[in-house]
Design a protein around this ligand. Sequence first.
Ligand SMILES: Cc1cc2nc3c(=O)[nH]c(=O)nc-3n(C[C@H](O)[C@H](O)[C@H](O)COP(=O)(O)O)c2cc1C
Length: 251
Amino acid sequence: MSNSSEKKRYFEAAPTDIDVENFRKVLESRRSVRKFTDTPIPAEILDACLDLALLAPNSSNLQPWTFYVVQDPTKKKQLVKACLSQLAAKTASELIVCVARTDRIDEMAKRNLSEFPFPEAPKAVQKYYKFIPYNYKTGVLNSLGHARKIAFGVARKFDKQLPVSAFNPSDAKLWASKTTALACENLVLALRAYGFDSCMMEGFDEPLVRKILNLNSQQYPVMVIGAGERAADGVFFPQYRFDRDLFIQKV
Ligand SMILES: Cc1cc2nc3c(=O)[nH]c(=O)nc-3n(C[C@H](O)[C@H](O)[C@H](O)COP(=O)(O)O)c2cc1C
């Protein structure tokens, strides 16, 4: 018998009709394409792919990213130059700068409460989003980072288990970049699923990219993604990986 004071539970069934073969085909046919045709990516497909990118898992749902789709001709030309004039950038019909950011942690924490998908965020969620910004923010002159380092050190002496945290701006950058890279992967797989291709690039001049997009010091360009239709000779060699035993350990 149901009890009115019983906690309401949310159920979301996992779909069971997923075509694994097609999923594999998307993953296995994704290659780094260095030469694209002139065929543009239709705007609605690009938007659909960007929307799928935003569905990537991300730390505490704080969504610490911005994807700059650089379409202004002058900016695009500068960006190609910033990408060391790589063919993948020169021939791409779209260039997307994927930026990790640590400057909107408070704003995103607040949004998690104001846009929580139930009429009101549960108490535990409210508590979580009051606390969580302090785990990743480092503060002026790393004041919060230093304080947390000391507090964590003390807590560990009492056998307390603690989450990954940012003790300095580099840790915070890593935190945001980790999550942003997951969205980048979603983006390139989505493009592949729609019949388009991509090349992730970190071969770019960071100060120049920062200047083109006017990024602040808490916005970090993680990679530039060139995207478009694969040219017949757009993949330069077959894909190869080393022996899986080098990378997978069952312990
Ligand atoms: C973070 C990152 C940065 C990369 N930077 C470049 C780049 O600047 N230029 C380039 O041609 N390829 C770049 N690549 C592509 C890699 O060289 C490529 O993924 C790797 O050789 C494996 O080939 P595959 O992607 O076709 O499987 C990059 C890949 C990643 C993930």
